[in-house]
Unconditional design. Structure first.
Length: 466
């Protein structure tokens, strides 16, 4: 094994140290903030042909998990522990995925697979590179266990808040990246884009529109994080519309998301705005209180958009952008290439009798073809059964016992929409944190009566406070 370090990421580690001091020694919120530095790699582990780049978030996460597992477990109300069935479904999926990565390449040797790392339609054979995604999957599952069973609601709330702050920071970096391209200002690529493992795409233009990736390996990855952060920020905005900080977070993250020129990001943005509007109208019919009526502060933004639509140059640009990102997407080479990736993943699943070629072996454009190609029907059923149990309370939002539960479900819906449209991986710390929080809140939702919930006032209103 060879271990190498990336000196250019030292400023990021200094930032992590400052955040750790600010968080009063809580590492999980720091890991959530640092997860936006996806393109940087602090430690690089080499095992023969296997290279694992440990990003700042994963390095901090490893320290956090080690510290949490060695600490004495605090007494936690049973009402706050996830239902055993929920965790068992996830554990079954993870177990099947890891076993498939070790076993299926031998069982189905020679089956054609597609993966950007090895090429298109390449015969399957065992190699150490298949263990790369298994490492991240096991680490993510450990995060779920710690967050669900050994973390207080206060620290979980802070972790979500800090994640939103990290997404806002990444959006500001994307905006600065846009300005640097337009004005020639220096951009610190050596710090933000220093990973030797991932392919780093610099900012560029598509059909005349600047496409920014900020702190991420590519614009699509930035859009994934920003849509999840936007879902949480929007819910917080609806909870208390008179907070200038909440309004600022929403506007900055929306700006960063628009700069990604990501079809998936734009589709998710429309979904989030639609749900937020319905949420507002539903509460309006229930006689909003005076504070929430200040949601009408968005009226000037709507008027400004209509004014822009009346200016020929702005209107033409908006029409051209809609054709580039959405209306003409099916005619683009990118769409056709991604469709071919998905079809090859389905072919791999069929050639392995729908058992999968092994977790991390093949990669498509979207999550459903990827999970079918990797773990087949058994793994897919286990995973989506787990997700269904988490999302079930969304059918009765008005009866949720914990107000923050709605924010978690909203963020989780953004995650699943991203995965279904065009996000092939699960190796995002925020995904597993939301899994854990949704599982905890679902358990609390089923308890009668709800007296233990009163012990956690920080969950009664989801705000931007740290």
């Amino acid at each position: 094994m060879h271990v190498s370090f990336t000196p250019s990421t030292l400023p990021l580690l200094l930032l992590a140290a400052c955040l750790w001091y600010r968080s009063a020694g809580q590492l999980l919120p720091v890991a959530m903030f640092m997860s936006v530095f996806q393109a940087a790699s602090v430690v690089n582990l080499t095992f023969g042909g296997l290279i694992i780049g440990v990003q700042p978030a994963y390095l901090i996460l490893l320290f956090a998990l080690a510290a949490r597992f060695t600490q004495k477990r605090e007494a936690v109300s049973r009402n706050w522990l996830p239902v055993a069935t929920t965790t068992l479904l996830l554990a079954g999926f993870v177990t099947y995925a890891v076993v498939s990565a070790l076993l299926h390449p031998f069982l189905f040797q020679g089956v054609l697979i597609s993966n950007p790392r090895v090429g298109d339609s390449v015969p399957l054979q065992w190699e150490l590179g298949h263990l790369n995604q298994s490492f991240y999957l096991l680490l993510s599952f450990a995060l779920y266990l710690v967050a669900a069973y050994r973390t207080t609601p206060a620290e979980l709330t802070k972790s979500i808040n800090w994640f939103v702050g990290g997404v806002m920071f990444a959006s500001l970096v994307g905006l600065y990246q846009f300005l640097s391209i337009k004005t020639g200002l220096p951009f610190p690529r050596e710090i933000l884009h220093s990973s030797p493992v991932y392919s780093i795409f610099e900012g560029y233009e598509i059909d005349g529109f600047p496409r920014m990736n900020g702190t991420f390996s590519e614009a699509a990855a930035a859009a994934f994080y920003m849509t999840v952060g936007l879902a949480l920020a929007l819910w917080r905005f609806l909870s208390r519309a008179d907070s200038v900080r909440n309004v600022t977070h929403v506007l900055v993250i929306v700006t960063g998301l628009l700069l990604t020129i990501s079809t998936t990001g734009y589709i998710c943005l429309l979904f989030l705005l639609m749900v937020a509007a319905l949420r507002y109208l539903g509460r309006y019919n229930d006689n909003l209180d005076g504070r929430s009526v200040r949601v009408l502060m968005v009226a000037p933004i709507v008027i400004m958009l209509f004014a822009f639509a009346g200016v020929p140059v702005m209107r033409d640009s908006l029409v051209k952008l809609s054709h580039t990102v959405l209306l003409d997407k099916t005619n683009s080479i990118s769409y056709q290439t991604r469709t071919a990736w998905n079809q090859r993943a389905f072919n791999t699943a069929a050639d392995t009798f729908w058992l999968g070629a092994g977790w991390g072996v093949c990669r498509a454009s979207s999550f459903v073809p990827t999970i079918l190609g990797n773990v087949g029907i058994p793994g897919t059923v286990l995973f989506f059964a787990f997700c269904a149990r988490l999302l079930w309370p969304a059918l009765s939002l008005r009866r949720l016992k914990v107000p923050m539960h709605g924010a978690v479900l909203f963020g989780l819906s953004a995650v699943l929409l991203d995965l279904v449209v065009a996000a092939p991986e699960l190796s995002y710390p925020i995904v597993w944190l939301l899994f854990a929080m949704a599982a905890k809140f679902a358990a609390a939702q089923e308890t009668q009566p709800a007296r233990p919930l009163l012990r956690y006032p920080e969950l009664q209103r989801f705000q931007a406070s740290c």
